[in-house]
Ligand binder design. Structure first.
Ligand code: KG4
Ligand code: ZN
Length: 329
């Protein structure tokens, strides 16, 4: 079969990224222009600033992705872009650019759901991974337990009812003075602490998640006792949320009768969470997770997901619009 080359475009939040991926699994280039430094001083992503920076970056990021991949524009078979969920102004930059390329090159346009992109990052790292499996998507904007029935057939088994897990990491870090983005900072500091701080039980029954209660509990502990050891606080917070993730994931795996569990999204780069999931291999589970650069936002994962959409003939025309609150499936 002829190789299929996908150009992926991602601009849903604060990373402008363009990638070239062969046959959905082999990354020829993956350029990520992060705006973290720009948003850092505001303590979080400022949507208007994000959109403007995407506009400034997208052409040069695309050129670099093409150069690194060592291909010509006519070698591209399809153009995949994130059209939701995300910040509407940010998404529109990638969608408009993708539509322009699709029109100018006369190549099909495949719209990709950002969360499905995170899931597809696993196909790049694990060449042998195929559906069905269970995926725990944990990112700055999402916390979902998804039954991947096929490459483009998903069932959500559980999701957060309030904060996404990454949001909880970021808010806790901001309040205790670690800065933005908080996830990697908590990850690092927690290694120096112990899990000895007792925390109230705030999780809920079933397969859904709730992280706002534990976030508030940690913030209150810090406010009541500003001298509390921050490393211990981070370690205790990480243990608490990891126990909740493990508990829900194992019950979901039991429900759909699978031993294949994949992690996805920015928070799956967390070293403590990864290790606890890897430990499940001793109990007979097969654990998959993307390499760190593919956990956080990137266009290679969008191209991987777009490839499978392209194979299914799920393409869009030039009326494609950004959908900020797009759901899976
Ligand atoms: O997937 P992502 O790049 O963006 C969304 O789609 O939301 O995830 C970003 C989130 C942020 O909340 C960030 O703090 C978190 O992922 N994150 C981490 C780590 N690295 C990134 N959280 C915990 N530990 C990490 N090592
Ligand atoms: Zn993301």
């Amino acid at each position: 079969m002829k190789d299929i080359i996908t150009l992926g475009i991602e601009s849903s939040c604060d990373e402008t990224s363009v990638a070239v991926v062969k046959n959905g699994r082999e990354v020829l280039s993956n350029i990520i222009n992060s705006q973290i430094k720009i948003h850092e001083k505001f303590g979080g992503v400022v949507p208007e600033i994000a959109s403007r920076n995407h506009v400034e970056a997208i052409s040069s990021v695309t050129k670099q992705a093409m150069l690194d991949a060592k291909i010509e524009y006519e070698d591209i078979d399809n153009i995949a872009c994130t059209y939701g969920p995300g910040l509407v102004g940010a998404l529109l930059v990638g969608v408009s650019y993708a539509k322009g390329l699709s029109y100018a090159l006369n190549k099909p346009l495949t719209p990709v759901n950002h969360i499905e992109g995170h899931i597809a990052a696993n196909y790049i790292t694990h060449k042998d991974l195929e559906p069905p499996f269970l995926c725990l998507v944990i990112s700055g904007g999402h916390t979902h337990l998804v039954h991947i029935k096929d490459y483009y057939n998903f069932e959500i088994l559980g999701k957060t009812r309030d904060d996404a897990i990454g949001e909880a990491f970021d808010k806790v870090a901001r309040v205790i003075g670690l800065g933005y983005p908080g996830g990697p900072k908590i990850d690092k500091l927690a290694k120096e602490g112990s899990e000895n701080i007792e925390l109230p039980k705030t999780h809920i029954d079933g397969l859904d998640f709730s992280f706002s209660g534990i976030k508030t509990a940690i913030i209150n502990l810090h406010h009541k006792n500003p001298d509390i050891n921050k490393a211990d606080l981070c370690a205790s917070f990480e243990k608490y949320v990891t126990d909740v993730l493990l508990d829900n994931t194992l019950r979901a795996a039991e429900q759909i009768k699978t031993n294949k569990i994949a992690l996805a999204g920015g928070v799956s780069a967390n070293s403590y969470i990864r290790q606890k999931f890897i430990d499940l291999e001793k109990q007979g589970y097969k654990i998959y997770y993307p390499e760190p650069v593919l956990c956080t936002d990137n266009a290679a994962m969008i191209a991987a997901s777009g490839y499978y959409r392209y194979l299914a003939n799920d393409t869009a025309d030039l009326t494609l619009n950004a959908i900020p609150n797009l759901k899976i499936n």
